[in-house]
Design a protein. Sequence first.
Length: 197
Amino acid sequence: MQDLQQQLAFIVEMDRLKSVYRQTTIKDDNDRFENSAEHSWHIALMAHVFAPLTDEPVDIHRACLMLLLHDIVEIDAGDTFAFASAADIAAKADKESDAADRLFGLLPSSQAADYRALWQEYEDAESADACFAKAMDCLLPLIQNMNNEGGSWRRHQVSRSKVVARNRYLEHSAPKLWEYALEQIDLALEKGWLQEG
């Protein structure tokens, strides 16, 4: 019964992710800001769709669990824009690690340790599963920004080189998607949605 109570407490706490808003907007919903829970669902679905395009074997179950877990730290740490200042990005690591300790600590100890380890594996992006998950996390905002005529890229005057660097996980994980991303990035530059550089 104790394990169930802890698991229920975790599930209730996860509902708070719906109130963490990102920089990406949803075109078909009056350009409202997307929340992190929607983002996690969307990339997990996208990972299943694009799994056949990987160049190395990926355990899609593990990769999708990483995608569902990776942003829950934002409940405590908030969302840091992918193209925020170097200082803001550097500051987020400690906040997110503390958040991971607290949030996963709500679960029974063995489950907490497993989920915390998966979250860290995603952050480190050294395994094939984690690299693919990171690639999906980076690709979805590219797709959304292209669909939104530059969206957050335009609002924040993001440069082409930053978007290329952010999507590099695709290069080895899913080369066909890397080619697609580069084509889209060049198109965004041509349309004035990305800055030179």
